[in-house]
Design a binder for this molecule. Structure first.
Ligand SMILES: *Cc1c(COP(=O)(O)O)cnc(C)c1O
Length: 380
C-alpha cells in the first residue's frame, strides 16, 4: 500500500513511519546534536546534516507527519505559531499589499498591524467571511490574502476555494490559518490555498505542553516559500528537537482526539443553544450558524473544538458564570485535551469583544460532565 493511501489516523498513530533505526525501538529517539561529523576526506557523513540550526532529524520526522497529514509538498516547523506567521510576513517585499481578514486571533492582528507600519506594507483589513467584501478587496492587485477559518473567537467560516480564486485573480498568494480546524478537519491546500499555517501549540499537539507553529505549502518552488525556507535557515527561527519530539508524540492521537472533541463541542453547543439565558452560540456545526453551509462543505468529520457564546446579562453575569465553572479551566489558549474557558473581553478590552462573550475550548472529557458543569455555572 502506498503512503498516499494511508488515512490520517494511520499516519498520525505511526508518526509517518518514524522509528529508531539503530536500536530497533518503535519510537524514534531525540536527536540532540548541534553539529555533525565529517570523514577523513572532509566529506559530510550525511550531506543534509551540517549544523543543527536548521538541520535536525527529529524536527524532520515531525515535519514529515505534518506534511503527510496536510497533503502538502513541504512543511516547516517554527518555535511558535506567531514565529510561523512572522516568517510569512518577513517574506513580503517592503511596500507589498496584504488583504487580511479582520476579527481574527488578536495576537496575529496586533503583530501584523505593527509590522506592516514598520515595513510600509499596505494592510487592508476586511470581513473575509463576506464574499462581496473579499471580492472588492481583490479587485486591486495584492501580494497576499490572509484568512483564518474557523476564526477565533467568532468562528466565522471563509470559503477557502472561493478565496483562493479571488486571491489568485489579484495576483496574490492565499495563506490560511487553519489552527481551529487542523488538517484532520480541513486540508486547505487541497482547496486551493498556497500556504497553510497552524499554531501547533493548540490541537495538533493537544496537551498544552509544547509551543510550536507550522507552515505547509503546495508548491515548494514558489518564490515566497523559498524565501521562508532560506530565512528560517539563515535567521534561525527554529524549534528545538525536544519540542518537535513531544509534538510528534502528541499527534499520534490527533485524529482520535479531534473525533471526541468535535463530538463534545457539538453537544455543548447544542446544549447552550437550547438555554434561555444564552443570547447566541457561535459554532459552525449549528445549522443556524452563518457559515454552516460552507463549513459542511469544507470540513470533514466535525466542526472543531472551539465555540463562543454570549450570555444574557452584563459583564458581571458573564464573569460570575465563568467563575463558577469547575471542570473548564479558566485559562487562555485552546485545543488541549482539557476544556478551557476564557473571558476574552478581560484579555483584550479595547478590541470590540463583547463583555458577555465566553469562549470555550472543548476537550476530550465526558460530554455529560462538561454539560453538568455548565448547567451548575449558569444556574448558580
Ligand atoms: C494561538 C494561535 C496563534 C498563535 O500561535 P502561538 O503558538 O501561540 O504562537 C495563531 N493563530 C491562531 C488561530 C491561534 O489560536
Amino acid at each position: 500500500m502506498n503512503e498516499k493511501d494511508h488515512k490520517p489516523a494511520t499516519i498520525a498513530a505511526q508518526a509517518a513511519g518514524a522509528v529508531e533505526a539503530q536500536s530497533g525501538g518503535v519510537v524514534p529517539g531525540i536527536s540532540l546534536a548541534t553539529t555533525y561529523l565529517r570523514d577523513a576526506d572532509y566529506g559530510l557523513m550525511r550531506p543534509d546534516n551540517v549544523y543543527g540550526r536548521d538541520q535536525n532529524d527529529t524536527v524532520r520526522q515531525c515535519e514529515e507527519v505534518l506534511r503527510a497529514l496536510e497533503g502538502a509538498a513541504a512543511s516547516l516547523l517554527f518555535p511558535s505559531g506567531m514565529a510561523a506567521i512572522a516568517a510569512v510576513f518577513r517574506a513580503l517585499p517592503s511596500g507589498a499589499r496584504v488583504v487580511m481578514q479582520n476579527g481574527i486571533y488578536w495576537g496575529t492582528l496586533k503583530w501584523v498591524r505593527d509590522y506592516c507600519v514598520r515595513r510600509a506594507i499596505i494592510l487592508d483589513e476586511i470581513d473575509a467571511a463576506d464574499p462581496g467584501a473579499l471580492a472588492e478587496a481583490c479587485r486591486s492587485s495584492a501580494d497576499m490574502v490572509w484568512i483564518e477559518t474557523p476564526s477565533n473567537p467568532w468562528l466565522k467560516t471563509v470559503d477557502i476555494a472561493a478565496a483562493a480564486g479571488m486571491a489568485h485573480k489579484a495576483g496574490a498568494v492565499l495563506v490560511v490559518d487553519g489552527t481551529a480546524a487542523t488538517p484532520v478537519l480541513t486540508r486547505a491546500l487541497d482547496l486551493g490555498a498556497d500556504i497553510v499555517m497552524h499554531s501547533a501549540t493548540k490541537a495538533l499537539n493537544g496537551h498544552s505542553d509544547v509551543l510550536a507553529g507550522v507552515l505547509s505549502c503546495r508548491e515548494p518552488g514558489q518564490a515566497m516559500w523559498q524565501e521562508i525556507a532560506t530565512d528560517r535557515h539563515d535567521a534561525g527561527a527554529i524549534i528545538g528537537p525536544f519540542e518537535a519530539w513531544l509534538l510528534m508524540r502528541g499527534m499520534r492521537t490527533l485524529p482520535l482526539r479531534m473525533e471526541r472533541m468535535c463530538e463534545n463541542a457539538m453537544a455543548v453547543a447544542t446544549y447552550l443553544e437550547g438555554r434561555a439565558d444564552i443570547e447566541a452560540v457561535y459554532y459552525p456545526g449549528l445549522t443556524g450558524h452563518a457559515g454552516h453551509a460552507i463549513a459542511a462543505r469544507q470540513m470533514r468529520g466535525g466542526y472543531g473544538y472551539l465555540l463562543s457564546a454570549l450570555v444574557k446579562g452584563d459583564k458581571t453575569r458573564a464573569l460570575d458564570v465563568v467563575g463558577r465553572l469547575q471542570l473548564f479551566h479558566r485559562a487562555t489558549s485552546l485545543g488541549g485535551v482539557e476544556s478551557l474557558v476564557e473571558h476574552r473581553h478581560t484579555i483584550e478590552p479595547h478590541t470590540g469583544i463583547p463583555e458577555t462573550l465566553i469562549r470555550l475550548s472543548v476537550g476530550v472529557e465526558d460530554a455529560g460532565d462538561l454539560i453538568a458543569d455548565l448547567t451548575q455555572a449558569l444556574d448558580g
